[in-house]
Design a protein around this ligand. Structure first.
Ligand SMILES: NC(=O)c1ccc[n+]([C@@H]2O[C@H](COP(=O)([O-])OP(=O)(O)OC[C@H]3O[C@@H](n4cnc5c(N)ncnc54)[C@H](O)[C@@H]3O)[C@@H](O)[C@H]2O)c1
Length: 660
């Protein structure tokens, strides 16, 4: 993650110097002085940018360029405000600021009922209390039909508790809901709020969605041209409030927006705390579904006391939201993209350290400092305790379809990988591709797994570069049409040359040898290095055909069955030398070796055989290369230190299912 921090400009009680000293590289700011709907002048953007730069950081994300109410309602003047919005985008792009956060919540922005909920240690956090919000709605706002928007027990308690509210409590709740939350557009009185609500009487969920999609489709081509990424902030709390629709609250909402606005640059601010404001949201699931278009991240957590009542967690990592898993997913997404995403610690509690300054609610120094430190520690631990980190891995077949994905995964987890290809040029291309993504611990090696001299030369090159070998992955292998018999079974109507009796011996030998001997020779060469070094591990590539042979592919099936057997043999043989030997048995992945068997020439329609495979796979799909990554890391790392001689199927259940 790129460490971000929200800074409210010159009005902020926290100085840029303090922010820099927190370890921040990327400042998240806006022209808060500008009225909603104004064009942001280039000179003002540059002045703020300059201030941030002079402090040794970069203003890289805008939070927010607020969307004028007339755009949300598509009411009088909205066209002018869209034009203004576009001009602000041009001006930001001219200054090189290209990630823009905004939201589409009508009238109110994020909503809390208490900005100073006290914790046992005396620090305070923000709270959303459903009973307090309900009481405000029923008795202060006096909104018609409000009761139906709250659970019956919440209404009952609001009715019971409100008469006991002091005038101070009424003011606290009203002010918390209507006034002064940082980043919100306007402070409102109850009367003004009532008036504004009237303007939304005819704007329901569907209409508001339509208005969002129209707005985004209007600005998207320009943003794309300018290279600007738009990152909509989810609703907070993520559900309708005070009868106002909220349309960016759930996984379905996000995916609908992606579909209706089909531009990659129109994406999401993944705010864990806001999404966590709905107990039904599964933030991990949402991240996975939305990952490709997440342009900016806020990490914080929430703790529920009951129903929909929550307060912001004093610890960014613990609470309802599984931040550890989300950080892991973020790292994976960053690895996939080859670039880091700006993350800011969102909100923080108010602690003693800040008692002499007036911070914006949620935007304390101490609370966010702790939050950032927690996030940084989590990221560091996830990146550095990976058991493949630092291992020297010799990977044969590394330029193949499965190999390419697995090698990238291993590099992204900190391994050093010798990318071995049959042709040096292919290995060099693969290494260059990895370097482009920022993975430089890769070495291109030419290696023919059937030629001992070539394997030994590869060994010498790896030892020269890294001085040792920890792991060997034997992924070179595959099938070939010349090693298969065209007919599944021999019947009287089948031509003899299409049966077992027509098998081309050279083809049979080629496939059998490539897979089996191509595993044996590198094992012999590299396990000797490991034995001399005190240990290591080997991962062979087996197949579904090893458990039960598949029709047509006699040579391949026999070789892969041999590999399964050999895996157990070698595991036993080398256990005293602290070398573990395991195998992966991938199910069906469409790759070069089987494309001709599973897909018709159009590369889309399944062959009869392809259909049979899907029907015998309980998960009803082919695998994707990335499905093999975690199983591979597990078998190569010390996580599996007592596992040897096994063949692990990664197959969507193919082996388990008898077909009946
Ligand atoms: N794709 C699947 O569905 C599937 C299923 C089960 C097992 N496997 C096994 O996984 C492994 C990787 O398969 P893939 O699908 O990535 O295949 P692939 O054809 O994309 O890759 C195989 C690689 O092996 C290399 N190779 C071929 N002959 C070689 C030789 N003599 N010396 C060195 N390298 C050589 C090729 O250049 C290629 O880069 C293979 O062992 C394969 O049998 C694949």
């Amino acid at each position: 993650m790129k460490q971000g921090w929200r800074w409210y400009g010159t009005n902020d009680a926290i100085s840029l110097k303090e922010i820099r000293q927190a370890g921040v590289t990327d400042v998240v700011a806006a022209l808060y002085e500008r009225k909603c709907g104004d064009v942001w002048p280039v000179e003002e953007i540059k002045a703020r940018q300059e201030a941030v730069r002079n402090a040794g950081m970069e203003w890289s994300v805008v939070e927010s360029v607020p969307v004028h109410e007339s755009i949300k309602k598509r009411s009088a003047g909205y066209k002018k405000y869209i034009e203004n919005y576009k001009q602000t985008m041009r001006n930001l792009a001219e200054c090189g600021i290209k990630t823009v956060c905004y939201n589409f919540m009508p009238i109110l922005d994020w909503t809390r009922s208490n900005l100073e909920k006290e914790l046992p240690d005396g620090s305070t956090v923000l709270e959303y209390d459903d009973v307090a919000v309900c009481a405000f709605d029923l008795f202060l706002l006096k909104r018609k039909g409000a009761e139906k928007d709250y659970p019956a027990d919440v209404v009952k308690r609001a009715k019971k508790e409100f008469p006991k509210w002091s005038s101070a409590k009424k003011k606290t709740v009203s002010d918390s809901i209507l006034l002064g939350l940082p980043g919100t557009v306007d402070d409102l009185t109850i009367e003004e709020f009532r008036e504004q609500l009237k303007a939304y009487a005819n704007i329901d969920d569907k209409k508001l969605r339509g208005n969002l999609y129209k707005f985004l489709n209007e600005i998207a081509p320009l943003c794309q041209e300018l290279g600007i990424k738009m990152a909509i902030h989810p609703d907070d709390p993520p559900r309708p409030i005070f009868g106002l629709p909220r349309i960016l609250s759930t996984e379905a909402d996000i995916l609908e927006m992606y579909e209706k606005v089909p531009y990659e640059n129109i994406g999401l601010t993944f705010c864990t705390g806001s999404l966590g404001g709905n107990p039904l949201n599964d933030e991990v699931r949402i991240f996975k579904a939305a990952a490709k278009r997440i342009h900016f991240v806020h990490f914080r957590n929430v703790v529920y006391s009951e129903g929909r009542t929550f307060n912001e967690s004093p610890c960014h990592l613990s609470g309802k939201v599984d931040i550890a898993r989300l950080m892991k997913l973020l790292i994976e997404e960053e690895n996939r993209r080859g670039e880091q995403i700006v993350v800011r610690p969102d909100h923080g509690r108010f602690m003693e350290i800040d008692k002499n300054r007036k911070c914006y609610a949620g935007y304390s120094y101490g609370g966010r400092l702790v939050g950032l430190a927690e996030l940084r520690g989590l990221e560091y631990a996830l990146k550095h305790t990976d058991d493949v980190a630092g291992k020297v891995i010799v990977f044969t077949g590394a330029t193949g379809v499965l190999g390419t994905t697995l090698v990238e995964d291993l590099l992204s987890h900190g391994a050093k990988v010798a990318i071995c290809g049959l042709k040096l040029a292919d290995a060099e291309t693969a290494v260059a591709a990895m370097a482009k993504k920022g993975y430089t611990d890769a070495l291109p090696i030419e290696m023919n797994v059937l030629d001992r001299a070539s394997v030994e030369a590869a060994r010498d090159a790896v030892l020269k570069k890294w001085g040792r070998v920890d792991v060997l992955v034997n992924a070179a292998g595959g099938n070939h049409p010349n090693g298969t018999s065209p007919a599944e079974q021999m019947t009287k109507d089948v031509k003899i040359e299409d049966t077992f009796f027509g098998l081309d011996m050279a083809g049979f030998e080629f496939v059998n040898k490539l897979n089996f001997i191509g595993t044996l020779i590198p094992s012999q060469v590299f396990c000797k290095v490991m034995a001399d070094n005190g240990g290591g591990s080997v991962l062979n590539f087996c197949s579904m055909a090893a458990y039960q042979p598949m029709t047509k592919v006699a040579a391949y099936a026999a070789a892969k069955a041999g590999i399964m057997n050999f895996t157990m043999w070698l595991a036993t043989h080398l256990a005293p030398m602290n070398i573990r030997v395991n195998a992966l048995a991938p199910g069906f992945f469409i790759t070069n070796q089987n494309r001709f068997l599973l897909l018709e020439k159009d590369e889309k329609t399944l062959t009869a055989r392809g259909n049979k495979v899907i029907n015998k796979t309980p998960m009803r799909k082919f695998g994707e290369p990335k499905d093999l990554c975690s199983a591979t890391r597990f078998l190569l790392s010390d996580e599996s230190s007592f596992v040897t001689g096994v063949t692990l199927p990664v197959d969507g259940g193919f082996v388990a299912y008898s077909g009946v």
